[in-house]
Design a protein around this ligand. Structure first.
Ligand code: GAR
Length: 200
């Protein structure tokens, strides 16, 4: 059993997929805390419904982002979190946070990295004319979506796809591979060889 800290900004469907995986017994983990940088995130309601302590930490309440991240680090450490899970956390982490949990922070990105890093990945894939896109679970390093890749899933981009329809297709896959990646981590089956992740 591992302890998770989940960082969110929005609707929290990935948080929900992780909660559902735990409830269904597919994932031997406990979500100790949810942290949101957005007071209006629906993810906070999802956490509350499942009696998971939820904290709202907004950058505007701190002098710098580093100060905000120092506060996040304190909260995560005081809840014995083994793995930090970014689930639609829509702001870059500062080195303060990244260096506190080396190779213990994972993210889900709505594209097949290294294609379309950063914001609006689905829109970029449609506009570029990519025939396939998908989602990537990866470790977080100090770059933008550059850390070692754990799992990816592919979806086709059809001629009539829009940002919205592609996002829906990708999210369906996200909800499968994110709990799966956490399960692999929890079972100690993720080994890092250079920048390559080997699944044991
Ligand atoms: C997800 O599609 C995730 O891939 C994306 O935000 C969405 C959050 O949805 N993350 C990023 O774009 C990170 N750069 P959710 O709040 O319903 O889980």
């Amino acid at each position: 059993m591992i302890n998770l800290g989940v960082l969110v900004s929005g609707s929290g469907t990935n948080l929900q997929a992780i909660i559902d995986g735990i409830d269904a017994g597919r994932l031997d983990a406990k979500i100790k805390i949810v942290i949101s940088n957005n007071a209006n995130a629906y993810a906070i309601e999802r956490a509350k419904k499942h009696n998971i302590p939820a904290f709202i930490i907004q950058d505007s309440h701190f002098k710098t982002r580093e100060d905000s991240d120092r506060h996040i680090v304190e909260i995560i450490k005081s809840h014995s979190v083994d793995l930090v899970v970014l689930a639609g956390f829509m702001r870059l982490l500062t080195p303060v946070l990244i260096k506190s949990f080396p190779m213990r922070i994972i993210n889900i990105h709505p594209a097949l990295l290294p294609a379309f890093p950063g914001l609006h990945a689905q829109k970029k894939a449609v506009e570029y004319g990519a025939k396939f896109s998908g989602c990537t679970v990866h470790f977080v390093d100090e770059g933008v979506d550059t850390g070692p890749i754990i799992i990816q899933a592919v979806v086709s981009v059809d001629d009539n796809d829009t940002e919205e329809t592609l996002s829906k297709k990708i999210q369906k896959e996200e909800h499968k591979i994110y709990p799966e990646a956490i399960r692999l981590f929890a079972e100690g089956r993720i080994e890092l060889k250079g920048r390559k992740v080997v699944i044991l």
